[in-house]
Ligand binder design. Structure first.
Ligand code: ADP
Ligand code: MG
Length: 429
C-alpha cells in the first residue's frame, strides 16, 4: 500500500453522465441498448469492492459496464491498485468463454486504455451468496460449477497443453502480481498475525483470534499452502471463486469477476467453492426464522457441495481420458494394457492430491473470512452477536482441523460429517 496512484494517459473514470456519450460511440453496444442515449438509464451498482460497475438499460436491452480505478474503490486513494487488473479480467473472461461457453457473461466491448469491459447484463440473476442467505435452492448449480471448474482447470493445465503453450499462459498472467499479493497477504498471512486490517466479532472471539495467532502447527500449515499458491502454476485460476462471484437464477449460472486470475494451484479455486458452502451451511443457524425452518435448506447446501466435488472429479477425469493432449503423462509411455491401467490409477491418485489441496485452501478461505479483513454477509448479517460468534467459532474450529489434519479429510463425506459434528460439539462460542 506504499505505491503511488497510477497515472495512465487518456484514462478517465466514468460517471453516469460521461458513460452515455462513451457508449454511444460503440456500435455493438448501441445495437444492444437500442434507441438513443437520452433514452438510456445508467446507475452505478456500488456493491463492488474494487471497481466501478454501472448498469445501463435502453429500450432494446441492457449492458453492465465494469471499469477499474487506480485504487481500491471501497477504501479510496490510500490503497492504490493497478488498472491492469481489467486486462487480466478480460483475458481470463475470454479464455473462460472459449472453454465454458455460456457460463460467463458475454463480452460486448473491451477498452484496454480505459480499463473498461462492457458485458452482458445479467438479469434477473442475483449474487449467489444473497440467494443462499435467503435459502434459495439452485438445482442446476452443481452441474454448472463442476463443468466450469473442470473445463477451465483441465484445459489450461499441463495435462492438456503442450509445454510451450502452458509457458505462454504463465507469461501472459505473470504480471497480475498486485492482485495475487492481496491474496497472499489477506488470506495466507494477516489472519495469523497482528495486522491493522484484521477484524473479527469482538470481544466474543478475542480468545479465538489470539489462539489462532499463537498456533504454530496452524501457521506452518497455512505457510505450506501459501508456498503452493506462490509456486504451483498448475492451471489458470479464476482466483476469487466465492459465491459472491456467481450470479444466477435457478435455471442459469454465470461466473463473474475473474480479475484475480493467474496460473496457480487448482485446489485454490475448488477450495473457494467448498469454503463458501461450508460457511453458508454454518451460518444458517443465524438466519433461522422459526425452529427447524432451515433444516431442509442446510441439507441442500451440504448435498449440493457433495455433488459439486463428485461431479467435478468425474468430469475432470473424463476430460483427461478423452483429451490427453498435454506434455505431462505422455500417452506413448502408457500404450500397453499394463501402462494404461497404471495411468488410470495415477489419475485417481492425482484427484486425491487435488482433493487434499482443496481441503487446505478451503480452510484458509474460511479462516480469513472470520479473522481477516474481508468478511462475508452469510455471517455478517446474523443480527444476534452471540449467535454469530457461535457460528463463526464452529467455522474456525472446523477449518483449523481441516488445515492441520488434512489427511483425516480424505473424502467429501468426511468433510460433510465434520461440518454436521461441529454444530453439535460447539453449543456456544
Ligand atoms: P468488483 O470486482 O469490484 O467486486 P464485481 O465484478 O464483483 O466487481 O461486480 C460488482 C457487482 O456488480 C456484482 O456484485 C453485481 O451485483 C454487479 N454486476 C457485475 N457484473 C454484472 C453483470 N454482468 N450483470 C449484472 N450485474 C453485474
Ligand atoms: Mg472483484
Amino acid at each position: 500500500m506504499s505505491a503511488s496512484i497510477e497515472i495512465r494517459e487518456g484514462y478517465s473514470p466514468q460517471n453516469p453522465e460521461t458513460l452515455a456519450a462513451y457508449l454511444s460511440g460503440i456500435d455493438a453496444v448501441r445495437a444492444v441498448l437500442g434507441g438513443e442515449p437520452p433514452q438510456w438509464t445508467i446507475a452505478e451498482v456500488g456493491d463492488g469492492n474494487l471497481n466501478l460497475v454501472f448498469i445501463v438499460k435502453g429500450p432494446a436491452g441492457g449492458v453492465a459496464v465494469k471499469q477499474a480505478l487506480p485504487y481500491v474503490r471501497l477504501v479510496g486513494e490510500s490503497w492504490p491498485l493497478p488498472l491492469s487488473r481489467a486486462h487480466y479480467e478480460h483475458m481470463a473472461l475470454s479464455e473462460q468463454a472459449r472453454l465454458t461457453g455460456k457460463l460467463v457473461p458475454h463480452i460486448h466491448h473491451y477498452d484496454e486504455r480505459q480499463a473498461l469491459i462492457v458485458m452482458e447484463l445479467l438479469e434477473p440473476h442475483i449474487i449467489m451468496r444473497r440467494g443462499m442467505i435467503d435459502a434459495v435452492e439452485y438445482p442446476r448449480f452443481a452441474d454448472d460449477i463442476s463443468s466450469f471448474m473442470a473445463r477451465t482447470l483441465y484445459f489450461t493445465s499441463d495435462l492438456a497443453l503442450t509445454a510451450d503453450r502452458k509457458k505462454a499462459m504463465i507469461a501472459a498472467f505473470a504480471g497480475n502480481t498486485a492482485l495475487c499479493k492481496i491474496t497472499e497477504d489477506l488470506i495466507f498471512t494477516d489472519p495469523y498475525r497482528v495486522a491493522e486490517l484484521n477484524r473479527w466479532t469482538s470481544p466474543e472471539l478475542d480468545t479465538y483470534a489470539a489462539r489462532w495467532r499463537e498456533d504454530g502447527e496452524l501457521k506452518i500449515a497455512v505457510s505450506r499452502l501459501k508456498l503452493k499458491f506462490l509456486s504451483s502454476a498448475e492451471a489458470m485460476l479464476h482466483g476469487d471463486l466465492h459465491t459472491g462471484s456467481i450470479m444466477l437464477t435457478p435455471e442459469e449460472t454465470r461466473v463473474i469477476d475473474p480479475e484475480f486470475a493467474f496460473m496457480g494451484p487448482m485446489g485454490f479455486d475448488v477450495g473457494a467453492i467448498v469454503a463458501n458452502f461450508l460457511l453458508n451451511y454454518l451460518a444458517q443457524d443465524g438466519h433461522v426464522e422459526s425452529p427447524g425452518a432451515r433444516d431442509g435448506y442446510r441439507d441442500w447446501v451440504l448435498e449440493t457441495l457433495e455433488r459439486i466435488w463428485t461431479a467435478f472429479r468425474e468430469k475432470f477425469l473424463a476430460l483427461w481420458r478423452e483429451n490427453p493432449t498435454g506434455d505431462a503423462y505422455p500417452i506413448s509411455l502408457f500404450a500397453e494394457a499394463e501402462g494404461a491401467a497404471r495411468l488410470e490409477m495415477e489419475r485417481q491418485a492425482y484427484m486425491d492430491r487435488l482433493w487434499a489441496d482443496t481441503v487446505g485452501f478451503a480452510a484458509a478461505k474460511m479462516i480469513r473470512r472470520i479473522l481477516g479483513l474481508a468478511h462475508n454477509i452469510d455471517l455478517e448479517w446474523i443480527k444476534d452477536r452471540e449467535l454469530r460468534a457461535t457460528c463463526e467459532a464452529r467455522a474456525l474450529t472446523l477449518a483449523r482441523d481441516m488445515m492441520v489434519n488434512t489427511a483425516a479429510y480424505g473424502s467429501i463425506a468426511t468433510v460433510m460429517a465434520a461440518a454436521r459434528q461441529v454444530r453439535r460439539d460447539i453449543a456456544h462460542y
